[in-house]
Ligand binder design. Structure first.
Ligand SMILES: [Zn+2]
Length: 43
């Protein structure tokens, strides 16, 4: 998932040939990190 740097709109799917925000047309998109299930180890 990506987030537009300008309008903060979340973009679920991004075409590799069209790396622009579909909402505002801004080119800079932040790649969001996937929520990783962390295993909290307890000693
Ligand atoms: Zn945008």
């Amino acid at each position: 998932m990506y987030t537009c740097a300008k309008c903060k709109k979340e973009i679920q799917k991004l075409d590799t040939k069209f790396t622009r925000c579909p909402s505002c047309g801004h080119r800079i998109l932040y790649k969001q990190r996937q929520p990783i299930a962390k295993d909290v180890s307890t000693d």
